[in-house]
Design a binder for this molecule. Structure first.
Ligand code: NDP
Ligand code: MG
Length: 382
């Protein structure tokens, strides 16, 4: 029986690489559902090639185009947010890969957890916004959550065979992004074109900006707390510009385990699909004849304030990580539209954290309201 996989966000960076993994291991995996937001041409092409049971386009205005283009195939076609939330509960789905961007991933992920579909989690924003709620749901329904984010996949791989051995520290590596060596004066004038050029990874626009501002690493600290049950003071970030060590775990006896490889998201995607097995991979491998230097630096939270803000949100808890996520989504989109400067992004985020009402024990409805309110405030501040 092949594993039936629903890919939420199949036209994106993670989604297309997931399809490469499925293609390479077509004896084990099948794309059961493919979904996109706007890129309908790409979705049509994928559907014709992978012949899923169903496709969903979030933007309803694109429904007719999608439906007509697939009329000769027995593929079910749906549109809209609600359809996206419903499709993940289909009884034939074994695993849901959450590879869409941002807060929009929260509701479909919650539904998939309730329907007991194993989650391959790329959409880190879901855990940033509502990590506690997601963990409670996963526990209640006995649904496994497998990390796809390369750092968390690395930690997960380091933890294999360590059941019962307490973690001393999780050490997340960060490339430092394209502005690692920039001064504050230089950061004040960087453009979106510069920010979109990540030195080691080719990713979607939003996470590429998050990487340049180090909000991505801040989010990964929050993600690590919920995935591995560690306290904030047990999560350390170290800048490692080569992106060869994907992260590390230190145990009580001081031993540190690391996971290494070339920066290639197909490995963590494939490991989430195949866990606990490892499968052959045909992509390029790390070769120490050409990799001669691994270096490390401390992150600088004076130049990259977002990292400090994320730790602050994590310490505060409640709806604060939801506030930081919503404010960040608004400012990143504004930065991509030339409406705010690179450093201005942190100013707006910090103000939202100070001004949006704090809720210590948020319900799902509180998260929805917090997200909405924060977006209004962030837009006003911009
Ligand atoms: P992309 O922007 O490349 O792709 C996003 C995908 O989600 C696209 O298929 C897009 O559709 C779809 N989508 C976007 N917004 C919505 C929405 N509101 N409703 C429904 N579908 C939507 O992003 P990435 O692949 O880079 O990232 C996806 C997630 O994975 C993010 O949470 C990111 O943080 C995380 N991640 C990514 C990594 C990477 O290497 N790219 C590494 C680690 C984590 P369309 O194409 O039509 O716009
Ligand atoms: Mg990552």
């Amino acid at each position: 029986m092949k594993k039936q996989i629903a890919i939420l966000g199949s036209t994106g960076s993670i989604g297309t690489q997931a399809l490469q993994v499925i293609e390479e291991h077509s004896d084990r995996y099948e794309a059961y559902v493919l979904t996109a937001n706007n890129r309908v041409e790409e979705l049509i092409e994928q559907a014709r090639k992978f012949k899923p049971e169903a496709v969903v386009i979030a933007n309803e205005a694109k429904y007719n185009q999608l439906k007509e283009a697939l009329a000769d195939l027995p593929i079910k076609v749906y549109a809209g947010e609600e359809a996206l939330c419903q499709i993940v509960t289909d009884e034939n789905i074994d695993m849901v890969l959450t590879a869409m961007v941002g807060y929009a991933g929260l509701k479909p992920t919650m539904n998939a957890i309730r329907a007991k579909k194993a989650i391959a989690l790329a959409n880190k924003e879901t855990l940033v916004v509502a990590g506690e709620l997601i963990n409670e749901l996963a526990q209640q329904f006995g649904t496994p959550i497998l990390p796809v984010d390369s750092e968390h996949s690395a930690v997960f791989q380091c933890l294999a065979g360590e059941i019962g051995n307490p973690i001393d520290k999780v050490i997340l590596t960060a490339s430092g992004g394209p502005f690692r060596t920039y001064t504050l004066e230089q950061l004040a004038t960087v453009t979106k074109a510069q920010a979109l050029k990540h030195p080691n990874w080719d990713m979607g626009a939003k996470i590429t900006i998050d990487s340049a501002s180090m909000m991505n690493k801040g989010f990964e600290v929050i993600e690590a707390k919920w995935l591995f049950g560690v306290r904030p003071d047990q999560i350390e970030v170290v800048v490692h510009p080569q992106s060869i060590i994907h992260s590390m775990v230190q145990f009580e006896d001081s031993s540190i385990k690391a996971q290494l490889g070339l920066p290639d998201m197909r490995l963590p995607i494939q490991y989430a699909f195949s866990y606990p097995d490892r499968l052959h991979a045909s992509f390029p491998r790390l070769d120490f004849k050409t990799c001669t230097q691994l270096t490390f630096e401390q992150p600088d939270t004076k130049r990259f304030r977002n990292l400090a803000l994320a730790y602050e949100a994590l310490d505060k808890g409640g709806n604060m990580p939801c506030i930081i996520n919503a404010a960040n989504e608004v400012v990143v989109s504004a930065f991509l539209n030339d409406r705010i400067s690179f450093l201005g992004m942190s100013d707006v985020i910090e103000k939202c954290m100070q001004q949006v009402s704090f809720i210590e024990k948020p319900t799902y409805e509180d998260y929805v309201a917090t997200d909405k309110l924060t977006r209004i405030m962030a837009n006003e501040l911009i």
